[in-house]
Design a protein around this ligand. Sequence first.
Ligand code: ZN
Length: 158
Amino acid sequence: MAIRTIREIGDPVLNKVSKEVTEITPRIRDLIGDMFETMYEANGVGLAAPQVGILKRIVVVDTTGEDPVLMINPRILETSGEQTGSEGCLSVPGKSGTVTRPNYVKIAAFNENLEPFEIEGEELLARAFIHEVEHLDGHLYVEKVEGELMDVEMVEEE
Ligand code: ZN
């Protein structure tokens, strides 16, 4: 596995529509492994394939560091409720903004063997799922920010 370069806002690849995955090739398996590794290395809670320059409908999410979720060709089936909170994106480094999203989402997707499954998320998980799925259609959260994008205070780490 390898760390891939995360594309940043302004890179046109982030505004393109990704293609459905129709078969799991060795390249796709490598991509999935690299996406998890790249997300963890960047301390992110989610990453979509276009963020590493690959226009395929693949996202990885892990909001706790212990619950990795892979979704291939994800499709939002249902949303409900509302939450307003701070959001960031590995492709918009050093920034955050306030975004209102549904508080609950149900998604249909495929796993690493292209077997279908459904998954639900609430609160942060719902926010992360929807944020990542939107990347696959070329959308960034900054389009939805209420007010100004803010600079994230960088905490110095030893
Ligand atoms: Zn993002």
